[in-house]
Write a protein that binds this ligand. Structure first.
Ligand code: ADP
Length: 384
């Protein structure tokens, strides 16, 4: 293996908070890192060895950046996947592989992939344009209610809308899209899987996600999920099946719906560190970020067991606040046992922008959840 005695470099496409948290491990292990991000104020900038400012979607920029590293990874999906495929051909180890990313970047290709691999997911139809979808609705081929999803560039629910009427239909954007069957969701859960080049695979216990009622962003992530052993077993089996089908390397966050009937369906996946895995920094034996670095370097994967229960609260910008950020009352929540704030270092706040997160650990999940609510009610992300 000999990794620690070499001068290998890991490159990360994207310098947001996920990149910054990956760099905790590379710092701990003294691994050289390069980061590419369009913003000169990218949160990860302070912790890498070399920061390059550039467009992640530009083929040449990604090729130039990738040529100078041994292992290339991502912390955001919107990168030029053609460049990744070509860098692989030139001998750079790219994890997740360009072919995996290409499938995931497009919601239609992703759903087709599940269908082809017999992975349980909700029914769907693809339409080339908004007009084609409207036409299918008018002819009665698609009926309300359904879930509209833009084919590409969806992020944090912005490319997703519940469509219950012709009026709703007017609000969707142009372009290729999916009309998905509306699932009667009992719970949204997630399983993070990690896979090494050799195929060794581990997975974290399911987490449970609670969403903000209007912003469609995750409000609390609970680890472990409050589900029966039977559902947990099903979720783990399906997540492993998805991982096996992709043959990815590194993390794969699998988002799942548990239906009222007790079925478990895949919603979508992300081949990178994920918001639903932040709890693992304090609550697990191995954090998702360390796990990803282990996989990239083909090192033995770590234990995914919880040391304690964890509840993660996203710190998002308050409504009606825009400008230089202030974390009001942070000193009050820090006085509570088991409260661990993470501040991403973004200078400006905007309504619902992810500015940080807080993980609350406790032997009891119930107590951690109660403290999480107290934390959420106390701290406020506002402008100065
Ligand atoms: P994004 O990629 O923008 O995060 P998702 O596909 O995860 O979008 O959808 C966002 C949210 O919309 C999900 O977490 C879920 O609450 C809801 N949702 C998505 N698809 C369906 C569906 N088929 N039925 C019911 N709700 C859905």
């Amino acid at each position: 293996m000999g990794f620690f005695s070499t001068s290998k470099t890991i490159g990360i496409l994207g310098g947001g908070q996920l990149g910054k948290m990956l760099l905790n491990t590379t710092r701990q292990w003294d691994i050289n890192t390069h980061v590419l991000d369009p913003s000169p104020e990218a949160p990860a900038r302070i912790a890498c060895n070399l920061f390059v400012q550039g467009d992640l979607m530009d083929y040449q920029t990604v090729m130039e950046f990738g040529k100078n590293v041994d292992v290339l990874t991502i912390e955001i999906e919107n990168v030029n996947s053609e460049a990744l495929i070509d860098l692989e051909k030139q001998g750079v180890q790219v994890y997740p592989q360009g072919r995996v990313l290409k499938i995931i970047q497009n919601k239609y290709r992703q759903k087709e992939f599940y269908k082809k691999n017999r992975i349980p997911t909700s029914g769907f139809e693809f339409f080339e344009s908004k007009e084609a979808l409207k036409d299918a609705v008018a002819r009665g081929f698609v009926s309300f209610p359904f879930v509209w999803k833009s084919e590409s560039m969806g992020y944090d629910g912005y490319g997703v809308k519940m469509i219950r009427s012709n009026q709703d239909l007017e609000t969707i954007s142009e372009g290729g899209c999916l009309a998905e069957d509306l699932v009667t969701i009992h719970k949204e859960i997630g399983v993070i899987v990690c896979r090494r080049p050799s195929g060794e695979t581990v997975s974290y216990p399911s987490v449970e996600m609670e969403f903000h009622p209007t912003a469609n962003q995750v409000e609390y992530v609970l680890s472990p999920a409050r589900i029966s052993n039977q559902i947990e077993k099903k979720a783990q089996e399906i997540a492993r099946q998805v991982s096996e089908a992709f043959q990815h390397v590194g993390l794969l966050a699998v988002e799942l719906f548990v239906t009222k009937e007790g079925d478990v369906w895949v919603n979508e996946v992300a081949p990178r560190p994920h918001n639903s895995g932040h709890f693992s920094i304090e609550a697990s034996y191995t954090s998702q970020f360390e796990q990803h670095i282990r996989a990239l370097l083909d090192l033995p994967l770590g234990s995914t067991q919880n040391k304690v229960s964890g509840v993660m609260v996203n710190l998002v910008g308050s409504e009606n606040h825009q400008g230089p950020v202030r974390y009001k009352n942070i000193e009050h929540i820090m006085a509570i046992e088991g409260v661990n704030p993470h501040i991403y270092g973004k200078k400006e706040t905007r309504p619902f922008r992810k500015m940080g997160h807080i993980t609350i650990v406790n032997e009891s999940l119930e107590i951690a959840r109660q403290i999480a609510e107290q934390v959420k009610e106390t701290i406020e992300v506002i402008s100065q």
